[in-house]
Design a protein around this ligand. Sequence first.
Ligand code: BMA
Length: 824
Amino acid sequence: MGGVISMKAVNLSGSWNLKGSRVEKNNYGITDGKEYKIKIPGTVQDTFIDEKIVPDPYYADNELETLFIGRSDWDIYRTFDLKKENLKWILRLEKVDTVATLFVNGSAVSSFDNEHRIFEIDLTDFLRDGSNTIEFRFTSSETLALERNSKLKYPVPCSRYMNDSPNRNLVRKAQCNAAWDWGLCLQSIGIHEDVILYGCENVYYKSFSAVPVLDHGNWTLKFKVYTQAFKKCETEITCSVTGFETRKTVELAKGSNCSEMYLTVPEEAVEKWWPNGYGTQTLYSVSVSVGSETKTRNIGFRTIEVKNGTTFGGKELVVCVNGQDIFCKGANWIPLDARSGLMNRDRYFDILEDARFANMNMLRVWGGGWYEKEDFYDACDQYGILLWHDLMFSCSTYPAEKWFLESVKEELIDQIRRLASRTCIALWCGNNECLGALTWYEETIANRERYLKDYEKLYTDWIDKIITEEDQDRMYWPSSPCAGPGDYSDNWHSDGNGDMHYWSVWHERKDFEDYHNVKPRFCSEFGYQSFPSLSEVKSFAPDDQLNLTSPVMESHQRNQDGNSIIIEMFARYFRMPGSFENQLYLSQVQQALAIETAVIYWRSLMPYCMGTLYWQLNDVWPVSSWSSIEYSGKYKALHYSARRFYRGVTPLMYKTGDKVFVKVANDTKDNAKTDCVLQLISFSGETVWEKKKKVEVKSISVEDVFELELDDIDTEGCFLTVSAAGTESCLLLTRPKAARLENPNLSVDEISQNKEGFSVKLSDTKPAFFVMLDAGNIRGRFTDNNFMLNGSKTVNFECKEKVTLQEFRKALRVYNLYSSSEDV
Ligand code: BMA
């Protein structure tokens, strides 16, 4: 028996038909039974938007015009020809979004209600030679959510947002599709991955995982090869990597099989994979053949451990790669776009490279989105970006009833098997803020016991066990934030153990200096909002809406108090910005200042604190939010600051009360030597004094360099700059509104074109602060931005599109603090 195993793939992606079967009232003439073409992978929303049948929901308040799509029911279908050839036919489906029944040649085959699952369905008995029809009958996930809600024994509350779809927590679908405090409601309906039919002889070869383990000078690659055999049979499995190979004849039982194989690779035969900033990211192609069917994937050789021992009197959270403790620097990741039709490999690679540009080494895949596309993980592996990976539960209670648990179990098995080999994934985390959420709602406050019981049932008794069984190589961290396994306290404001989310400066409107009042072991969320830049605003707001409180600007601000917090902080720290444009600019300066204040202080606590991930890297649509990169890909001031404050060896300067502390941090794996220069400079530009010290900073440590009493310093007339290891940073000694700034007479002296884009020469006669160059909607980035200028400087713009010098010159704007209170 056995022998040749081969599979034939029939890709059913491409043009399908679409028609509504229960279409809600709308203004676009879309009615039940009316036929359209739809591209699969794709969604109903993308189809109507791309065809301009409905307006773009990202523009103005058009979102409201597209809500009906997610509330309606749709059929998506096609015909195709097939030669059955006596094969078994398996349909592979991934990211079916979400509530649907599959019909093949008129017979109901399977139903779906969990977007995170991967389905492999045997269609052999339903298919015929010649023409076949395949049809997905989708129903609105909101309808199912409401129905499930009506059947609950007691309420299972979740957080609510503007324009949201209710009871999102009762359907396993990206939670932020239902709206969030930075996202529109776009309850997508469709299929986000290719639909592929596999014709198989005896065996369907599903997938494999390969995980490297280092032991006494050798790597052992642990393989798991997943197959489905249609009858008992023998086959040969071959696993290989970079010239090493192992081969075994295995007997497959009828049904699902997981064959384990091991391959030894001497440690010196491969280069290790390191996170960004710690070494190179060498990846090796691993291949596994089952019979004559071969699959390949890239992996890196590295060990990973998350330490949670007791140090400094509390529970640490330290990510350790190849035996090296890593200071985790980065941000939180939300889905790339609210419209999956606009996601593509280039965009994933661009934004992950943006993270690398800002010296990040970790992103947190936040639990309100989805298990990402392969392109995302490919980019993280390639750029050395570790992942803190939440499971997809967020800001909510969830049911602990059997139907829910079973669905979650299938989802986790599918996803963990898919992602187990990913070099970049450092840990699995149970959820986002669901432990905290136990104290958020009337119902949970009134009966915390009941909800805590359900919480334990879901995350401890159920999910923890599934993860441990499926992935022995990664830590399961129960929740973000939390104090650690077995601790169900609300870790919201406690900083001694595990990870914390620190939101008091934003949501509670505390001063920026309040970041100095907490000493997190690992801060996995803290954020500060800003408005998008003018060109970004213009992409969604017509000219008559260019005002912070216009209806369109308010519809692109989803945090109820967002605008008022930003404006109140202007009043607390800055002179009021004059024009709309300056309000946008200053909000970005303010955001950068807030996050920088936190990171500089928390990095100074290393190794007590071993991670800072700010909220949030990206946006799913153009909106006022906590992101450091605008929806279009343009960097906000914060992203440029992050590039400085996340450098491996960097000066840290902060003011607490009347004292200024100057330190140098080194979170690289090598010891560092640098000169540290501190200067006190007047606002007219004269250096009042200069101090210089040679500093040696060991790996993963911080060296105190200077400590300064401000008593004898004219804090309103001077500022400090510090430079070390090629990075300069500056500190105003009062709130900026009190500083006696002088007119810097900032000027653009020369703009020229070069190989990468453009070069801009700037100069001033007096120090200028938060100098921010802006190239409008021309795609690209500056090599430096949001800096202090005292003299002259040339900054390059790396341009990502074809633009003439004239166009660039026309688009270029330069902002600075002094001019921000002007009316223009
Ligand atoms: C956090 C996140 C998100 C949210 C953000 C801003 O705590 O987990 O749910 O978008 O706050 O409020």
